[in-house]
Write a protein that binds this ligand. Sequence first.
Ligand code: SIN
Length: 302
Amino acid sequence: MHVKKTKKIVVLATGGTIAGWANDAEQPQHYQAGQVSVDDLVAGMDLKGYDVVTEQVVQVDSKDMTFAIWQSLLRRLTHWLSLADVQGVVITHGTDTVEETAYLLSAVSPMAKPIALTCAMLPANAPDADGPGNLRDALAWVASDAACGVSLVCAGQVHRGHAVQKTNSQWRNPFTSHVLPESGTSLQTPSLAQLLDATEWPRVLLIYSHSGADGRDVRALMAQDPPAGFVVAGTGNGTVHQALESALMEARGQGAFVLRASRCAWGGVQTRKGDVFPHAGNLTPVQARIALILHMLSLQQT
Ligand code: SIN
């Protein structure tokens, strides 16, 4: 006799618009993120076929994401994914920084089991709220045989966690994924244990190269409160204004790590003769910042 066992899927909630609430549901654009509990989010859903366990990890607007929250999330992921009867995890998250969390989890993913992040552009009580559909899609994806690694499920699409970026601030489907063969300088990743033990994460700042850049901010920082590193979002193929480049070379001479990415949404950075700074290939500036933080963490602790 074939007995079909339903495997558990754990929903870890972190807040965001998917858990947002508008005082006036007719004006859903005026809402607060991170208001509705995960139990209330799933209460109205048809979960037939799924054995769902919920846990509220935090309740934040994802613009306020912190390293400490990432550590809590990783601890809970490690716990749940280590249980034999858990098939995978769905994480509800705000859209604004979900690409950073997705990239981090992809880099240090605690287990081979699938992890799907999901989110929404409309609060939970908007008449046409997109959260329930996205959550249902994320559960279906994690339950499927095709699911593996870290992904982001939104608006009927599945994006790979290390390649997704929010490229639209309004649309129901605000994400695109970049696909490029080019990889940048090789950076190390700390072990999960190293990451969880870290009490302070290296301070890596993100700066833009732009018309009229003069490097004064970099020099002032290095004089007063030097960061461990800079990711410079360069123009085009990662080029950097000569005045900013001079300041960053000085900063590097003083011990700061400098990594280049591109301001362009697509295309990344390709190696060119005479490059002054290493580059992050197809990583977006925010992903490059996380990659550099992880690299520096791994160096600190070896
Ligand atoms: C957030 O990122 O928490 C708020 C915005 C959103 O989820 O779309």
